[in-house]
Design a protein around this ligand. Structure first.
Ligand code: ZN
Ligand code: ZN
Length: 90
């Protein structure tokens, strides 16, 4: 996940993830009520839901679709295309 304001990569600061934060990078912060995520670089603050939506947005853009339903359809179509037609000899 990247900050849309400054492009800084966001790292989770929890006990499970803190070890994965690369040297020199700062994990994002949480607001006092625990509902908001703060960019470690520019201090852009938004709700965790908002960040989650942003992440979904990026996934949709990368896949050139406008909704998760459309993405599911696209994946289903591509899976079908990947299947080899079974040829019956004779
Ligand atoms: Zn974490
Ligand atoms: Zn930022």
């Amino acid at each position: 996940m990247f900050c849309p304001n400054c492009g800084y990569e966001m790292f989770c600061p929890c006990d499970n993830c803190i070890d994965d934060v690369p040297d020199g990078m700062m994990p994002h912060g949480w607001t006092e009520d625990g509902n908001g995520i703060i960019c470690a670089n520019c201090e852009l603050t938004a709700s965790a839901d908002w960040w989650e939506e942003l992440e979904i947005d990026v996934v949709l853009k990368v896949n050139k679709v406008t909704s998760l339903d459309e993405l599911a359809e696209k994946i289903a179509v591509e899976e079908k295309r990947g299947e080899q037609p079974t040829e019956t000899p004779g």
